[in-house]
Design a protein around this ligand. Structure first.
Ligand code: DC
Length: 222
């Protein structure tokens, strides 16, 4: 039986950075489910599907063949056979993903793919509904969060370090709005699973969070 570690939490809590490091330390595969929702969003944008048309999204998502490959340990998302990693992290794709991920047909298709991956291999999988819906029997469940201010500050500093301009207040406002959308949507809202361990990274460094989670995994897996 494969070992499954689920890490959920709001946007900007550091899930992917942390999950990647933990997967490397344990020799597991890192599965970034947000990237799958982003690839689906990219397909919908390319197909000119209107963001407000749920029926059109349900129909169009059936034609998007999304799969995952690992090249040098990095997750590569293939959309109808093409590596689309380079196009996934734009604002446009993120905004479409935030809306299209509320669609039940989109979720059904991607959850199936995620469950198949977790059956085949030891995984650290991050997202919003991994512990609650995708892998309800995961060996370890972590709910990783941080205050909206701290998450906004991290994003702000990341943008400044890339030489971009940024407005801290606006970033925090967007984060609060996105949290609300993710937490109140009808299907698979973001919430802490009953058996998940809460880790608040507001006052922790990346290394501290990694070692706290690795300790939780060691204790739980015994
Ligand atoms: O984590 P991210 O920003 O790459 O996720 C992109 C969008 O997909 C985000 O709006 C939340 C959604 N998502 C989801 O609904 N369920 C998941 N398991 C992962 C992401």
């Amino acid at each position: 039986m494969s070992v499954n570690i689920a890490i959920d939490g709001p946007a900007g809590a550091g899930k992917s950075t942390i999950a990647k490091k933990i997967a490397k330390m344990l020799g597991y595969i890192y599965v970034d489910t947000g990237a799958m929702y982003r690839a689906m969003a990219l397909y919908l944008l390319k197909s000119d599907v209107p963001v407000e048309d749920g029926a059109a999204i349900s129909a169009a998502c059936q034609d998007a063949d999304i799969s995952i490959e690992y090249i040098n340990g990095e997750q590569v998302v293939l959309l109808n056979g093409e590596n689309v990693n380079a196009y996934l992290r734009t604002e446009e794709v993120g905004n479409m993903a935030s809306v299209s991920s509320t669609n039940g047909d989109v979720r059904k298709k991607l959850v199936q793919l995620q469950q198949k991956l977790a059956q085949k291999a030891d995984v650290v999988m991050d997202g919003r509904d991994i512990g609650t819906c995708v892998l309800p029997n995961a060996d370890v469940k972590i709910y990783l969060t941080a205050s909206s201010y701290v998450r906004a500050k991290r994003r702000y500093e990341e943008l400044l370090s890339k030489g971009e301009t940024a407005d801290l207040e606006k970033i925090e406002k967007d984060i609060i709005e996105r949290d609300k959308r993710d937490m109140t949507r009808e299907i698979s809202p973001l919430k802490q699973a009953e058996d998940a361990v809460l880790v608040d990274s507001s006052d922790m460094t990346i290394d501290e969070v990694v070692s706290a989670i690795v300790n939780i995994i060691k204790t739980k897996k015994r």
